[in-house]
Design a protein around this ligand. Structure first.
Ligand code: ADP
Ligand code: MG
Length: 458
């Protein structure tokens, strides 16, 4: 219970908690911030206590801005926040939770401390669960594959290889697999590693001629996940070791899940036989989002944030921010944070105002979809031909022009452009060269493509 006589900081803690819970969502709040207790305010510095080092560094890294702002809007005397391990001299939780909740918090805290000891694994984001993943046409295959891996006690497809452009949900799916297994089958040991961490451990083991014990460690794992393997480019002997470890793990029935920003065949600087091996299980890609999926994601995230966002704002954001789910989410968070801190409601006008900087950049940036539409319209072919397999000139030439314009007018990478046309990046390179040659050789073709470009750049 909250004591009757409180200093001002303790009495503000409840309001701050409510703000943060609304801003971050109940599940994030309960996982990370519930164990926070408030110390004293001295010379503008408010001390907040947390139970472990792990909590301290995680929260300082991920939530310090939100926490500082929430405090500042309750109490302008708070200039900065300091996190400390331990508890205040007169311990008092901001809002006394009920007993059952206290036990739950303690249980999850000890679970976290355990994973902290687990030197192998990288920390998991509590928001990245299957429940929070919105499924739609672009990601349903990858989602189903990830679910299957999480639910089957023995390897289903080995390895499961997920790939997509940035910010489309690969890491989210991998963490979801780990959370699912932790919850449903705690004896199955899951290790999730970023490629950087994996490389670091691996190279260190090689340097200290300790690969044997590293491999022993890995062999105890039932499910090994390595995120962003495109960074696993390295010296040949590192790849060699990796190749053997990989084979040994698959051979002894361990499930492996990998992610990358491109399909195995397109990984650069990786040996052929390793590429072949990486692609020998199930390869699942996540496509660019559709308008419907973006709507679904915004609705779900707004609900998690506990903020009411009117339909017209949701469809406005889904229409405008098409680059990645990460950017979409970032935009929504900014709007939500603003409204939570300043009060009032989310309106279209306010949204435009808050996101003015992003939107003004977006307005000048044409999308591949638009290019495909305009070019198809200009040549009187169906937009579907942009991704079709037809190779006859009346269809292939406009498609090449669209690829060329996508390269010129957007900041997308060659693999991204390729994906938008259901082709690989070498086809895009070929198309760009072909159009450049034609433009150099034929002034009227140059004029025609220039006018298309002008149409798209305004
Ligand atoms: P990637 O690893 O592919 O770069 P992430 O998994 O980090 O992308 O996703 C970026 C952000 O978008 C994360 O906050 C994630 O939760 C969110 N996200 C991506 N796809 C979805 C989805 N289908 N539903 C809900 N959130 C998603
Ligand atoms: Mg990722």
């Amino acid at each position: 219970m909250v004591k009757k006589k409180q200093d001002s900081v303790a009495s503000q803690a409840y309001a701050v908690e409510t703000r943060l819970r609304g801003l971050l969502g109940a599940s994030v709040f309960d996982t990370w911030l519930k164990s926070l207790s408030v110390g004293g305010l001295k010379d503008g510095t408010l001390t907040l206590f947390l139970p472990t080092n792990f909590f301290c560094s995680y929260i300082a890294r991920n939530f310090s801005n939100e926490i500082t702002q929430a405090w500042q809007s309750e109490n302008p005397d708070v200039l900065r926040i300091k996190f400390e391990v331990g508890s205040p001299a007169f311990a008092e939780t901001p809002a006394a939770p009920e007993k059952a909740e206290v036990e739950q918090t303690q249980a999850s805290a000890s679970g976290l401390m355990e994973s902290e000891k687990d030197v192998l694994s990288t920390a998991l984001d509590p928001r990245f669960t299957f429940d929070n993943f919105v499924v739609g046409a672009p990601n349903e295959f990858a989602y189903a594959a990830a679910r299957r891996v999480a639910e089957s006690a023995t390897p289903s497809f080995n390895p499961l290889y997920l790939y997509s452009g940035a910010g489309l949900g690969k890491t989210h799916l991998m963490h979801s697999i780990a959370w699912y297994i932790r919850e449903h089958d705690p004896f199955r040991r899951v290790v999730y590693l970023s490629a950087e961490k994996f490389m670091y451990l691996f190279i260190r083991a090689i340097r200290y001629k300790d690969t044997l014990s590293f491999k022993e460690e890995l062999r105890k794992v039932d499910v090994l996940m390595i995120d962003d393997v495109q960074f696993l480019i390295g010296k040949e002997n590192t790849q060699d070791e990796f190749f053997h470890t990989f084979n040994a793990l698959v051979g002894s029935g361990k499930q492996i899940v990998l992610s990358a920003d491109k399909p195995p065949v397109n990984l650069e600087g990786i040996e052929e036989r390793l590429k072949t091996r990486l692609g020998s299980g199930l390869v699942a890609d996540i496509h660019q989002t559709t308008f419907e999926l973006r709507m679904g994601i915004l609705e779900s995230k707004a609900q998690n944030l506990g903020v009411y966002v009117p339909q017209e704002v949701i469809s406005f954001l889904a229409e405008k921010i098409t680059s990645s789910v990460r950017e979409l989410e970032g935009a929504l968070l900014r709007v939500a944070a603003h409204v939570q801190l300043m009060g009032g409601e989310v309106t279209l006008e306010r949204t435009c105002d808050i996101l003015r900087d992003i939107l003004s950049v977006l307005d000048r940036r044409v999308t591949i979809e638009e290019i495909q539409r305009k070019v198809a319209e200009h040549y009187n072919i169906r937009v579907a031909e942009m991704t079709s397999k037809r190779r006859d000139r009346p269809v292939a030439r406009p498609r090449q022009i669209a690829m060329f314009l996508a390269k010129e007018l957007t900041t997308k990478s060659l693999p991204d452009i390729g994906r938008a046309f259901d082709r690989d990046h070498t086809t895009v390179i070929h198309a760009v060269k072909a159009i450049e040659n034609l433009r150099a050789a034929d002034p009227s073709f140059k004029e025609e493509t220039d006018s298309l470009r002008r149409m798209l750049s305004v």
